[in-house]
Design a protein around this ligand. Structure first.
Ligand code: ARG
Length: 446
């Protein structure tokens, strides 16, 4: 049996084959589950329009679920000489079911198969990322509340500036994640539209019921225009990459702060001992390698939208093999970000804060603005108060009052963490993960 779906009479040059298949036999394994789910929905629809008998559909479903079991237990693989997961699944169906297996490809192309596989893969990946982001968010809010009264120097230009607090510091990263969640929500909604039925990119003369596959697969709606559905390849990945990059940007900044605050020269936080690593020569070392690697990995993730853009940029409409390469960058990004989120949550949960930072007189000057504001509240014009305090500091006459009374929204004394939580939860709840999960489970278990 020929292993290429398109093999007719000419033998395939093995060098060309190796080059064109690239890493698909390895990477497409990540899509196998979704290829099967898509095929179950497609064959259900083919039966409904009379392209398959009920028995043929049942046979296909049974066999597709058997193949799914091999994916679940790790036995599924793409054979030597087989190009991709779409070819492998069809080959297995045809070996087992003969002509019935050969009928499943009516009204579809690998172009819309890979589109739907990617959408389902991404939908699941985004669900997991959103859940992991929520966990880190809650860890940050918890720490913010726990340490809301512990003062921390705030910096501008990396020069001691004004009083900040651990309540503000932890809470700032929580609110940053709440904004990132808006990106994830947009990415999820854009991803959650059905491309199946666009076939090679121009639809089909079979009377496909795309509404049916949209419902079966639990999509919100479809990519209606078949040309646009194909144009979504690359665009969808790039936009989702922007959402992942936004989360990664929050994490890399958090990691840099944590590394810096953990340094002896700052000594503001202490990483749990089990989260630090040693040196081969310096016996005293407890290095923050975890945060450094997290920072590097998250910085690399921020290049992803650009990497994808460079691959798909300036392609006209219609399918091109260029798009295959995007999978190499895009698919592994989800695991990488999830690993970073898990590490960050673990450490943030356990990080210790220094409650005695203010004992060190080098931070005294950060109370200068507090003093200026006190004089201004008592009636001295702000500019005069500013000048007086400045001169006092220069003359060594400034003794800081370390009482802090910040009351406005989002300040040290009024963090508004409840508002931040409400905003985050609203965005998260607007994505109906249950609908997608139920649809996939129903297709696999029926
Ligand atoms: N491996 C291919 C990809 O990821 C699948 C689609 C192949 N389509 C084609 N016309 N050669 O793009």
């Amino acid at each position: 049996m020929a292993k290429k779906l398109w093999e007719k009479s000419i033998d395939v040059n093995p060098e060309i084959e190796r080059f064109t298949v690239g890493r698909d036999r390895e990477l497409d394994l990540l899509l196998a589950r979704y290829d099967i789910i898509g095929s179950i929905a497609h064959s259900t629809m083919l039966k409904s329009i009379g392209m398959l008998t009920a028995e043929e559909m049942e046979e296909l479903h049974k066999e597709l679920r058997n193949i799914h079991a091999t994916v679940e237990n790790g036995e599924f693989f793409i054979e030597e000489g087989v190009e991709d997961v779409h070819s492998q699944v069809e080959l297995m169906l045809t070996r087992k079911l003969g002509d019935t297996g050969k009928k499943i490809h009516s009204g579809r192309s690998r172009n819309d198969q890979v589109l739907v596989d990617l959408k389902l893969f991404t939908r699941n990946g985004l669900q997991e990322i959103c859940e992991d982001v929520m966990e880190l968010f809650h860890a940050l809010i918890k720490q913010s509340e726990r340490h809301k009264d512990v003062i921390l120097p705030g910096y501008t230009h990396l020069q001691v500036a004004m009083p900040s607090s651990f309540g503000l510091w932890f809470g700032a990263y929580a609110e940053s994640l709440a904004d990132d969640m808006l990106f994830l929500q947009a990415a999820y909604r854009m991803c959650n539209r059905n491309p199946l039925g666009s076939a090679a990119g121009y639809g089909s003369s079979f009377p496909l019921d795309r509404t049916m596959t949209t419902e079966l697969l639990g999509f919100d709606s479809m990519n209606y225009n078949v040309v646009y559905a194909q144009m979504g390849r690359g665009k969808c990945e790039r936009n989702i990459a922007f959402a992942l990059a936004s989360v990664a940007g929050t994490l890399s900044k958090l990691a840099f702060d944590a590394c810096m605050f953990n340094s002896q020269n700052f000594g503001f936080v202490k990483l749990p001992a089990e989260c630090t690593t040693g040196s081969s020569i310096m016996p005293h070392k407890k290095n923050p390698d975890v945060f450094e690697l997290l920072r590097a990995r998250c910085n690399r993730l921020q290049a992803l939208p650009t990497d994808i853009t460079l691959i798909m940029n300036n392609l006209p409409s219609g399918y091109f093999r260029d798009l295959q390469i995007i999978k190499e960058l895009f698919l592994p990004a989800f695991t990488s970000l999830k690993e970073c989120l898990a590490m960050a949550t673990y450490i943030i949960d356990r990080i210790e804060v220094n409650r005695n930072i203010l004992d060190d007189s080098r931070y005294d000057a950060m109370f200068s603005v507090e003093e200026v504001n006190r004089l201004a509240t008592d009636g001295m014009p702000f500019r005069d108060a500013y000048k007086k305090v400045g001169l006092d500091i220069e003359a060594g006459r400034f003794t800081p009052c370390k009482e802090i009374h910040h009351t406005h929204e989002g300040s040290i004394g009024n963090l508004c963490n409840d508002k931040i939580e409400e905003f985050m939860q609203g965005t998260y709840d607007s994505m109906d993960f249950g609908k997608a999960r139920d649809a996939e489970a129903a297709l696999l278990n029926r």
